[in-house]
Design a protein around this ligand. Structure first.
Ligand code: FAD
Length: 281
């Protein structure tokens, strides 16, 4: 973890673009409440193949106009160089200087790969087109990407993204801090010393979490799973247990020198605020 201890700890919050006017109204309140915690930036997801493109643009603009820093996610699968060039220009004109750069997953049934195959190619393209304008974040997988051919290949592919010009990384969420510590140590052995910020998923709904974790390859340890299962529909117990477990994990990560935390807020304040309060940040 030595490489990570040199960085000041920074905090960021992730949103997805709301789909309804009510969702948009609600997100403004969420943004303003979390904005009081003075995050480094709010990031906004981007549906692969451009499926949420306008929503991402609108959410990013509203964050910037409110005086906060927005970091749009940009996924490349299904895109052409010309699409990406246009999007980069829009963001540069808006004064955005941080991008979370991803491959993305095409919605099932869609086959067009486009002109980029992997995130490292998008990082390289952004650097070639815009030099050092953007701080480029990429995704990291302490428990390895679900399509990785092996742990070693996945680490080498992560290295490719960093070497292509990424400045730092945000991890997929995890509930095993040892996976993160080990990942960072393995990165150090490969010469990667850039910040690798843990992505934090608050626990609020077991069924949803289990489904999503299966898809993205995040392991829910048996002792957490069994307890969550035993609470059934008792939302208060799930919430209380989730807050305690995630707060303890965040505390452990920060104590060990993690360079901050990136919260997957799911566009709500309460779970993130509760963890924040427990950490006395
Ligand atoms: P890559 O880094 O390209 O890796 C994908 C797979 O290919 C891995 O298995 C890797 O080992 C392998 N690989 C990589 N490079 C090569 C290469 N050169 N040759 C051979 N194999 C290679 N998805 C969205 O659609 N929108 C979002 O906004 C979004 N935000 C995210 C934010 C974070 C912090 C994280 C962790 C994930 C996010 N995702 C998002 C999900 C992400 O798009 C998926 O996990 C996707 O499957 C992989 O994206 P990547 O950028 O990690 O891909």
């Amino acid at each position: 973890m030595e490489s990570q201890q040199q960085y000041p700890q920074q905090f960021s919050f992730e949103f997805f673009p709301p789909k309804t006017p009510e969702g948009t109204e609600k997100l403004i309140k969420v943004r303003d409440t979390l904005g009081e915690l003075k995050p480094k930036y709010f990031s906004v997801t981007f549906g692969a193949g451009g499926s949420t493109q306008q929503g991402t643009f609108d959410t990013v603009s509203s964050i910037q106009e409110a005086g906060f820093n927005a970091a749009p996610h940009l996924s490349c699968v299904g895109s052409t160089k010309e699409n990406i060039r246009e999007i980069l220009k829009i963001y540069m004109d808006q004064g955005i200087n941080r991008i979370v750069t991803l491959r993305g997953d095409m919605p099932s049934g869609t086959q067009e790969i486009g002109e980029f195959r992997f995130a490292n190619e998008l990082v390289e393209f952004i650097r070639a087109e815009t030099n050092d304008h953007f701080h480029i974040e990429v995704a990291a997988y302490p428990e390895f990407h679900p399509q990785a051919t092996s742990a070693e290949d996945d680490l080498n592919n992560f290295k490719r993204k960093m070497e292509a010009g990424a400045n730092s990384a945000i991890t997929q969420y995890f509930f095993n801090p040892d996976a993160y510590f080990r990942f960072v140590d393995d990165c150090e052995d490969l010469g990667i010393t850039a910040p690798i910020v843990p992505g934090i998923m608050p626990i609020t709904n077991y069924i949803q979490l289990a489904r999503f974790s299966d898809m993205c390859g995040a392991e829910i340890p048996r002792w957490i799973r069994k307890r969550l299962e035993s609470y059934g529909d008792d939302k208060d117990s799930i919430k209380a247990f989730g807050e305690e477990v995630i707060s303890e994990m965040c505390h452990q990560l920060l104590e060990a020198g993690a360079p901050g935390l990136h919260f997957y807020t799911m566009n709500v304040t309460a779970p993130t605020l509760a963890i924040w309060k427990n950490l006395a940040l």
